[in-house]
Write a protein that binds this ligand. Structure first.
Ligand SMILES: C[S@@+](CC[C@H](N)C(=O)[O-])C[C@H]1O[C@@H](n2cnc3c(N)ncnc32)[C@H](O)[C@@H]1O
Length: 214
């Protein structure tokens, strides 16, 4: 079901994945990993590889970027972009809740943590992939506490219904179900890491949480 959903939306995702303001969020997420030249960084649910240019720039030609995704069509599209392929970039079709990875220097997951039925278990698996001292970063949409919220939060509900397949399983507000999954992922990251950082973007509608695995 998840793969069919994302395969249908590949072209739309790909079109919006690197518009300028989204790229600035991607750069902030890559910065949160504190990558060094020669590092191996793994992206869970990499989609069409939109974070790869930022990651590759930071690990350099001696480093490796591994993009893992369950949707073959997303990975096929990633392979069509010259700036998201080349030496040191590898794509892998796999389930990010059971990633076949060990001893990576860092893990990134952007706009993904909210799709897993058990997000805490997924974050555990991601932390287990990283060597002690490496960082994990999660970037996700969220509803801010304050603001002119009623209208915008209605729009958020519609956005989540369209963009996250797992939300459809819930009879409650889709946005509530989505937020609960993101919150569960963040709680587990908090339990598994030290030296945590939290930043928000887009008027609070986007949150970046990162930490160092112990
Ligand atoms: C909203 S897109 C985000 C793509 C990318 N991270 C980005 O920032 O553009 C979510 C991606 O997660 C992938 N995905 C969903 N469930 C997955 C799973 N269990 N394992 C691996 N990838 C998964 C989908 O195929 C899709 O490419």
């Amino acid at each position: 079901m998840t793969e069919n959903f994302y395969a249908r939306w590949t072209t739309v995702y790909d079109r919006f994945a690197r518009v300028p303001f989204v790229c600035s969020w991607r750069a902030a997420a890559a910065d949160a990993l504190e990558l060094a030249r020669g590092d191996t960084v793994v992206e869970m649910g990499c989609g069409t590889g939109a974070n790869v240019p930022e990651l590759r720039e930071r690990v350099g030609s001696a480093g490796r970027v591994v993009g893992l995704d369950i949707t073959a069509e997303m990975l096929r599209r990633a392979g069509e972009h010259a700036d998201r392929t080349g030496p040191g970039v590898h794509y892998l079709r796999a389930d990010a809740s059971r990633p076949p990875i060990s001893a990576a220097d860092a893990v990134l997951a952007t706009f993904v943590a909210g799709v897993f039925p058990d997000p805490a278990a997924a974050v555990d698996a991601w932390c287990d992939c990283v060597r002690p001292g490496g960082r994990v970063a999660l970037l996700n949409f969220q509803r801010p506490e304050s603001a002119l919220t009623t209208l915008l939060n209605l729009a958020f509900e519609g956005f989540v219904r369209l963009s996250a397949p797992g939300s459809r399983l819930s009879g409650r507000s889709h946005a509530d179900a989505f937020e609960q999954r993101v919150a569960a992922a963040r709680r587990r990251l908090t339990e598994r890491t030290v030296d945590r950082r939290y930043e928000t973007f887009a008027g609070g509608y986007l949150g970046l949480v990162s930490g160092r695995v112990v």
